[in-house]
Design a protein around this ligand. Structure first.
Ligand code: SF4
Ligand code: SF4
Length: 333
């Protein structure tokens, strides 16, 4: 049986999806699962691939899927520049990655967030489209699995044509043999992602225009790079904000439990812990912790593991205001 007609297509006859994520959140695997479901289970033609940046956990990642009817050939293997569906795995990417570039009016945005569609339209300045919000992080934590399965549930719902059973079959096939104990949690997360969405149709909204796509070029290249590739602005990490590297969790410091042992400071690979020297009860100078500088924190949570008294705990980032909690490292340097 032929698959359902694609709701939107470009001039080549393709429906295109771009997933924007952070390494470690499973967007690449989600793209593979989606492609297998659409191509092998439903009968579309298509292609899926991902772009990893510097290929490590914590850096921005994109996964692309291009679909067309079974009798159309896929002749375009370039990254998706004008997606009909934009899938955002991490709110932390808003403001640090130009997510909406090339996104087409009339398409759909699926985003992992606790915010409402009304708030997302304003924050992302979206052109007329459907907005589907899902708290995939909450679902993932409660089902004890990565959040990509809940995102796939919401994505299937938002698409209106990707069969949820086809995706579930692929998930079962992929993890059932190696991790049978995880099948139930994944199925629950998928169904919850499908059902627990907040969705609103803003297709007639004219408030914000489409953002044209343009390829971001590095400031330095073969023509203007200093001899030997020297970095000419030393200390540039002062400007670096690692918020987009976090996968939704932060270490939260509890001052009342902290014994100021410094183990977290020794463990943190990015020197995020802020200490000051001041007199202790006996009048001797000693080091006292003031908190975490979240500007440099990539959310690896090694500090939580090492703390001997549970003065650091793992928390969902969106439940806290890191700007309020932040201890400013530069203030004590
Ligand atoms: S490891 Fe725990 S107790 Fe020690 S300084 Fe860090 S937060 Fe405080
Ligand atoms: S999670 Fe902890 S150890 Fe990891 S970067 Fe952040 S403060 Fe440092």
């Amino acid at each position: 049986m032929a698959p359902p007609k694609l709701p939107l297509t470009n001039e080549l006859g393709y429906y295109e999806i771009r997933m924007e994520s952070i390494g470690g959140m499973g967007a690449n695997l989600a793209g593979q699962i989606l492609a297998e479901a659409c191509i092998l289970e439903m009968g579309y033609n298509g292609v899926n691939f991902a772009s990893y940046g510097s290929e490590k956990k914590g850096t921005p990642v994109k996964s692309f899927l291009r679909l067309c009817p079974g009798d159309v050939e896929v002749t375009d293997n370039s990254p998706v520049e004008h997606p009909h569906m934009l899938v955002v795995f991490a709110e932390g990417l808003l403001g640090s990655v130009p997510l909406t570039q090339g996104f087409k009016k009339g398409g759909s945005v699926v985003i992992n967030t606790t915010k409402s569609p009304d708030e997302i339209v304003e924050i992302m300045k979206l052109p007329g489209c459907r907005v589907v919000c899902v708290d995939a992080m909450k679902i993932a934590m409660e089902e004890k699995i990565p959040l990509n399965t809940a995102m796939l549930g919401a994505l299937s719902r938002a698409s209106g044509f990707i069969d949820p059973e086809a995706i579930k079959n692929v998930i079962k096939g992929k993890i059932g043999k190696r991790y049978p104990h995880l099948v139930e949690g994944n199925m629950n997360a998928f169904d919850r992602g499908y059902n627990e969405v907040k969705e609103t149709d803003y297709c007639s909204l004219e408030k914000y225009p489409e953002v044209p796509f343009h390829r971001v070029e590095p400031e330095l290249g073969y023509a203007n790079e200093p001899m030997g590739g020297i970095i000419t602005n030393p200390g540039n990490t002062v400007l670096k904000n690692h918020a987009a590297s976090r996968t939704g969790y932060i270490p939260l410091w509890h001052e009342d439990k902290c014994i100021h042992c410094g183990d977290c400071d020794l463990t943190c690979p990015d020197h995020c812990m802020v200490f000051e020297i001041r007199a202790d009860d006996k009048g001797k100078d000693n080091s006292f912790m003031l908190g975490v500088d979240y500007q440099y924190c990539k959310g690896c949570l090694r500090c939580v593991d090492i703390c001997p008294v549970e003065a650091l705990t793992t928390e969902v980032e969106t439940n806290h205001d890191v700007n309020q909690l932040r201890a400013d490292l530069r203030r004590v340097l």
